[in-house]
Design a protein around this ligand. Structure first.
Ligand code: FES
Ligand SMILES: [Fe+2]
Length: 513
């Protein structure tokens, strides 16, 4: 049998400088080299310089409500234990014994007061403190147990129940990282009295796709819906407003870029839509939990989809069902793109419902989520078969030898009439249409800033990371990406400006102008 060649390793320049220069040149034109989506060199840089310091979503607090509740989680390849300790505090502990490194956590989730190493039996409280060493008096008499507790992720913080961790020792806070994008997260997570909770365990499945293709998709790919998901309409599971041709429907569609994150909205202005949730859920939505503008946005919304840099996505999706004979409903899902290699991603997917919803309604929401965005969901099948193809051709000899580039120029001045929405009450740069790929360009700009900045143990700061504003020596040499540079206070009719230029903004209008 002839030897088989691993596609993941039969490739690519491993000279980072050459590769980064090539990427930078493409970014300047709103493009990217195709091989970026299946490159071992890029993957290694991402692990070190992006996932090694950026704020990465770990889980939702509702997954570990009781003391001792835990679940296995990962930051890229690194294993952590997401646990509520005996003091009620949320911890993100590195899942590696301080003796000789064995993983402690053998179950996906559960409840425990202690973690005992399966190798030689060192035992840790769920706070991470080392409390048991077998045969200590003989084997480790002088061991200072207080110095050998489990390592924690250097920084852990949460917003609206969403827990993030960073492997960087310092850098911008989570609050700074999320910036004003919390205006949009509030709509998804703060609206119902009693809050939102995860239903069941997150689904996890592995696809032969580079993680950035998923991130691209949720950073504003409304363009694909009417084509890739046409079968949903044919099956009678979603209407024109949900899976119709982008820009051709009756809804008011917008794309928002805010502090390095993005969201796409479809709305029926002046109507009460609330993502087509059933009345029972809508009754839980309390205007006192958000601002008047946020409440109105939620009320008129048919859907919100979006991306939190770098690898978290959300969809609060309405007008969809699992059975053409059953009513449509909304559901809220979170997705995390966990890179397992240049051509392999583990997708994590959480379904949410208001805590106070009835069990029957939670079940219904879960089923609709499962049928459409679960591992075998209709949308999921449509998307992944296409995404796998992109990853496959990204590793082609032809792409490498002929510098094949991808085009992300939709919605730029050279390509289109660019229309901004000056009336939108929320923060960010707001496009009055959903036919633009500038949000993806901004994602790539931030991604590139990370890759081109050597890691020194710190997280990227707001000045040079998401919404970069710093002088760079080897990167794009530029300033801001999105950054929703203006402070919005929620007044209708206020304007938004960007105050800088990123590589991909060269040759296209600055947002907000
Ligand atoms: S590796 Fe854990 S006790 Fe030895
Ligand atoms: Fe899709």
């Amino acid at each position: 049998m002839p030897p088989t060649e691993s596609k993941a390793t039969a490739q690519q320049p491993d000279d980072h400088a050459d590769l980064l220069a090539e990427i930078e040149a493409s970014l300047g034109e709103g493009k990217l080299p195709l091989q970026t989506f299946n490159s071992e060199a890029v993957h290694q840089l991402e692990l070190d310089r992006l996932f090694g310091r950026e704020w990465i979503f770990v889980g939702h607090e509702s997954e570990i409500p009781e003391e001792g509740d835990y679940a296995r989680r990962y930051i890229a390849g690194d294993p952590f234990i997401f646990v509520r300790d005996m003091n009620g505090d949320v911890q993100v502990l590195f899942d590696s014994c301080r003796h000789r490194g064995a993983k402690l956590c053998r179950a996906e989730q559960g409840n425990t007061s202690h973690f005992r190493c399966p190798y030689h039996g060192w035992t840790y409280k769920n706070t991470g403190d080392l409390v048991g060493v077998p045969q200590k008096e003989v084997a480790f008499k002088n061991l200072d147990q207080s110095e050998h507790g489990l390592h924690s992720a250097p920084r852990v913080d949460s917003y609206a129940g969403l827990v993030f961790a960073s492997l960087g020792d310092s850098g911008e806070s989570l609050e700074e990282h999320l910036g004003e994008f919390t205006w949009y997260l509030d709509i998804q997570f703060k609206l119902p009295d009693g809050g939102m909770e995860v239903i069941g365990e997150p689904h996890r499945w592995v696809v032969e796709t580079n993680w950035k293709t998923g991130a691209d998709n949720f950073a504003g790919d409304s363009y694909h819906t009417g084509f890739a998901h046409h079968s949903i309409k044919q099956l009678g599971l979603g209407g024109d407003d949900t899976v119709g041709i982008a820009g051709a429907g009756e809804t008011k569609d917008r794309h928002v870029h805010c502090d390095g994150h993005t969201t796409s909205t479809r709305m029926v202005e002046g109507e009460e839509v609330f993502m087509t949730y059933p009345d029972e859920i809508v009754d839980l939505f309390n205007p006192d939990n958000v601002t008047a503008d946020q409440y109105r946005a939620a009320k008129e919304a048919l859907s919100f989809t979006g991306s939190v840099f770098p690898n978290l996505a959300f969809l609060n999706f309405g007008d969809i069902t699992d059975d053409p004979n059953k009513d449509v409903t909304g559901f809220l899902g979170l997705r995390k793109w966990r890179p397992l290699g240049p051509n392999k991603t583990e997708i994590w997917s959480w379904a949410f419902a208001p805590k106070r919803a009835s069990e029957a309604t939670k079940k219904r929401i879960y089923k609709v989520y499962m049928s459409n965005f679960g591992p075998s969901g209709n949308f999921e099948q449509d998307d992944v078969s296409i995404w796998n193809g992109i990853t496959d051709v990204a590793d082609s000899t032809f792409a490498r030898h002929h510098d094949v580039e991808l085009n992300y120029q939709m919605g730029t001045e050279e390509m289109s009439e660019v229309a901004y929405d000056e009336e939108w009450p929320g923060p960010g740069t707001v496009y009055a249409i959903n036919l633009e790929e500038v949000g993806m360009q901004k994602f790539h700009d931030q991604w590139f800033e990370h890759l081109s900045t050597p890691r020194d143990g710190t997280a990227m700061s707001r000045e040079c990371g998401g919404g970069c504003g710093s002088a760079k020596t080897d990167g794009c040499g530029s300033a801001k990406t999105d950054g929703c540079g203006s402070v919005k206070t929620g007044g209708y009719g206020s304007t938004k400006t960007d105050d800088g230029e990123s590589p991909s903004e060269r040759g296209r209008p600055e947002d907000g102008e």
